[in-house]
Design a protein around this ligand. Structure first.
Ligand code: SF4
Length: 310
């Protein structure tokens, strides 16, 4: 894909999973702060713009539960137009950021006024993976003949935690890996949180973080999200952390993904295959925790200082 994008004319190609690591740095920190200081809980993830729009329209009274974090590609765009621009002596106004996403809602999200920094959009254009596939075909590029190439540095490295973001339960698992170590100060040995994996519409679990019990819930698809919201409204929910993704299965089954033929739909469990692929990338990654990604370490050391800088 990197080679194809370069052939299509993009000067630099970065990995959105690096943005996912940045989201975890911020989101895990926010969760730890709320958890320790008795802030608004449960904290609910905010990286799915389809979900954010849904809660805004249907449960505005629960908005304080949303994490304050932007989605990964928005965070990444803001870093490209600040840290990366400064480091490379580029006028941020001359950077045009295009996000390739599995998501149609991100086309709307990128236009949100409240996400701008210094009057600039973080991301200038969003194309879906379906649109990218068409562009590659229209340009006459034979995808299977392309040589592999690497993402551009210094922002091209991502952890396994960043990779699993795309499937239901992945954001929760990535955040727990980091939150565990930040809360306990101890190394997390067992990185897989099987409790939050799988295709059930709503997954609930109690996660041991040191001596503490953290109650979590993971929902995908807006019908399941609604169930959790109603539970919260009625006061029956006792979770501390909730992950919600609008699309059934998460971003791997996002509305912008290539449309599958009827034959494939009937014969292949595409959702499972895509989720398995992400978990395999994670298992094979040398770095599997967002806060251990050297790109993150450098970014915070050189530029951001600490998470949740206004
Ligand atoms: S779950 Fe769907 S709406 Fe949400 S970010 Fe992923 S693709 Fe977009």
């Amino acid at each position: 894909m990197v080679t194809a994008l370069k052939k299509l004319g993009f000067r630099k190609v970065f990995d959105t999973n690096t943005g996912a690591d940045l989201t975890i740095m911020e989101e895990a920190n926010e969760f730890v702060e709320r958890f320790k200081n008795k802030g608004t809980l449960p904290m609910i993830t905010s990286c799915s713009p389809g979900w954010v729009k849904y809660i805004e329209m249907n449960y505005p009274e629960l908005l304080p539960h949303l994490s304050t974090c932007k989605s990964p590609h928005e965070m990444f765009g803001s870093i490209l137009k600040s840290y990366y621009a400064e480091k490379n002596g580029i006028d941020p106004k001359k950077i045009f950021v295009v996000s390739v996403m599995p998501c149609i809602a991100k086309k709307f999200e990128r236009q949100r006024e409240e996400l701008k920094n210094d009057e600039l959009d973080n991301v200038d254009c969003v194309i879906t993976t379906r649109e990218l596939a068409r562009m590659i075909k229209q340009a006459g590029i034979e995808f299977t003949d392309l040589e592999d190439s690497q993402f551009d540095s210094p922002m091209g490295e991502a952890s396994g935690a960043g990779a699993i973001f795309g499937t239901t339960g992945g954001v929760m698992e990535a955040a727990l890996r980091t939150a565990y170590e930040w809360i306990t100060g101890e190394e997390l040995k067992k990185l897989n949180f099987e409790e939050v994996r799988g295709k059930e519409g709503i997954k609930k679990a109690t996660i041991k973080i040191g001596d503490l019990d953290v109650k979590v819930a993971v929902a995908h698809g807006l019908g399941n999200a609604q169930e959790i919201m109603e539970e919260m409204k009625s006061g029956k929910a006792d979770y501390q952390f909730v992950e919600i993704m609008a699309c059934p299965g998460g971003c791997i089954m996002g509305g912008g993904q290539p449309i599958k033929s009827a034959k494939i739909r009937m014969t292949v469990d595409v959702r499972k295959k895509r989720a398995d692929a992400l978990y395999t990338i994670d298992e094979k990654s040398v770095i599997r925790k967002s806060h251990e990604n050297p790109v993150m370490k450098k970014l915070y050391e050189e530029y951001l200082g600490k998470p949740r800088k206004p």
